[in-house]
Design a protein around this ligand. Structure first.
Ligand code: PRP
Length: 206
């Protein structure tokens, strides 16, 4: 069971702007990108590498090349805003889209789109979603990936609520969660408190 909450002054700075109601969609998208890059940096720290011979202008040295193949799974809609910064870091990653929205009445996940092959040719999958509230969407996404045989799954979530983290860990103790902030509560509509509102609406101005 692993949870990493990034402890970093710059992350806290950008996260505060992200939470702020007055932050407009254009800036909100930039902040999501910045923080997603930080999450990806942490979540890819332990990827497997292979030694390669590198010719510098002066000599030859043993360098390193990523050996794990990576799949990115953004959960639509809000996860879409995290794709580009993660691809910047791992340009060879494959992107598979998964559409899940939360039923507003019951706060339960509803899958509406799945563009993931039956046997994805990767060793590691990174689920991208700015928010983990009840954890229902993340749990559903992990279940989809496990059913397709992916063994190493990590969740990258800008904000994660304590109850949702517990729910994911209870069902999928082997899945690592990376977040910029662990928020304590959910309100009676299952919104994260203090949170940042709805990351999809705020990115896409809806
Ligand atoms: C939000 C968010 C997560 C989910 C988190 O999506 O982006 O996918 O809710 O809640 P949970 O942990 O309780 O499942 P939403 O349903 O608002 O869809 P959207 O991304 O299209 O806005």
């Amino acid at each position: 069971m692993s949870l990493l909450e990034i402890q970093h002054a710059v992350v806290r700075h950008h996260l505060s702007a992200l939470r702020t109601t007055a932050t407009e969609p254009a800036e909100f998208r930039r902040l999501i990108q910045r923080l997603a890059g930080c999450l990806a940096y942490e979540a890819t720290r332990d990827l497997r590498s292979a030694a390669v011979e590198v010719h510098t202008p002066l000599t030859t040295v043993t360098g390193s090349q990523l050996a794990d193949r990576i799949g990115l799974v953004p959960i639509m809609r809000a996860g879409l805003g995290m794709v580009d910064p993660v691809l910047d870091l791992i340009p060879d990653a494959v992107v598979w889209h998964l559409g899940i929205y939360r039923d507003e009445e019951r706060a339960t996940p509803v899958e509406y789109y799945c563009r993931i092959p039956e046997a994805p040719p990767v060793e590691v999958a990174l689920i991208l979603d700015p928010m983990l509230a009840t954890g229902g969407s993340a749990r559903a996404a992990v279940t989809v990936l496990k059913a397709r045989g992916i063994r190493q799954i990590k969740i990258l979530s800008v904000i994660a609520a304590q109850p949702g983290i517990r729910a994911v860990q209870a069902e999928h103790p082997d899945v690592a969660i990376f977040t910029c902030a662990v928020d304590p509560d959910l309100n009676n509509r299952s919104f994260i408190v203090p949170g940042l509102g709805d990351a999809g609406d705020r990115q896409f101005k809806t």
